[in-house]
Ligand binder design. Structure first.
Ligand code: ADP
Length: 231
């Protein structure tokens, strides 16, 4: 589903952020991408979202060669990806309901579908009672659940979460990962970038470690596994 083949990325033809990355994620997998600050994690996300184009190698998502997308195709491509960011990126002037509905309104979705789908997803995320609240009236954990609801509402085959727990309390972070795992169990492929080693250790699963722009570890580890020296 996601294939990085010998991918490199240079910024300004100077900084090499990624070198010879080979990463293959199959449909239905849950993958943690971990690494220290500056390792290259965000660069991987930027390539997936086509915010940057690989300097070498190929990035294929769902059979699409991402580097070859034309400018006008990019918005359609991105709609197939559910993305969750560290800073939530909710629209402050919109209620929780409208923040989620907005993702559907920008496409040609019927009002009838929206009226059914949005409450369903809010309910799934435990947010039904917050539908009329504004982002500044709810907690960080709840804001991230709204962001998750917004990412999910289009039923994307892939969810990309970029440090989704970076701005929320540790206890609530676990809740977000558990929600992502629940989404994954329903068949959605999930790629979660994080630098929170302790949390990744606790959950286990497939862990890909990036260091200085390279994949230095890629394996499945048990929950609470010993990972000394790995992440
Ligand atoms: P991480 O997300 O793991 O913190 P990044 O992918 O952001 O790492 O960065 C990888 C490397 O690329 C770092 O050396 C960083 O300084 C560099 N880098 C990131 N963005 C840019 C940019 N826009 N211009 C130049 N260098 C960049």
């Amino acid at each position: 589903m996601i294939h990085f083949n010998h991918v490199s990325l240079k910024y300004d033809n100077k900084t090499t952020a990624l070198r010879d990355i080979n990463l293959h994620v199959e449909s239905g997998e849950f993958v943690f991408i971990v690494g220290a600050s500056g390792a290259g994690k965000s660069s991987i996300i930027k390539l997936l979202l086509r915010e940057r184009v690989a300097s070498g190698g190929s990035v294929t998502v769902n059979g699409i060669n991402v580097s070859r997308l034309r400018q006008r195709q990019i918005p359609y491509y991105r709609r197939k990806l559910g993305v969750v960011f560290q800073d939530f990126r909710l629209i402050p002037e919109m209620t929780v309901y409208d923040n989620v509905a907005f993702s559907l309104r920008v496409t040609d979705t019927s009002n009838k579908f929206i009226r059914n789908r949005v409450p369903y997803i809010l309910n799934l995320m435990g947010l039904a009672h917050k539908a009329k609240s504004y982002p500044n009236e709810i907690s960080g954990g709840e804001q991230q659940r709204v962001a998750l609801a917004r990412a999910l509402v289009n039923d994307p085959p892939i969810i990309i979460a970029d440090e989704p727990t970076g701005n929320i309390d540790p206890e609530l972070s676990y809740e977000i990962v558990e929600l992502l795992q629940g989404i994954n169990q329903c068949g959605t492929t999930v790629l979660m970038v994080t630098h929170e080693q302790e949390m990744v250790r606790r959950f286990g699963g497939r862990i890909v470690t990036i260091d200085s722009g390279q994949v230095v570890f890629d394996d499945v580890v048990p929950p609470d596994g010993r990972l000394a020296g790995v992440i």
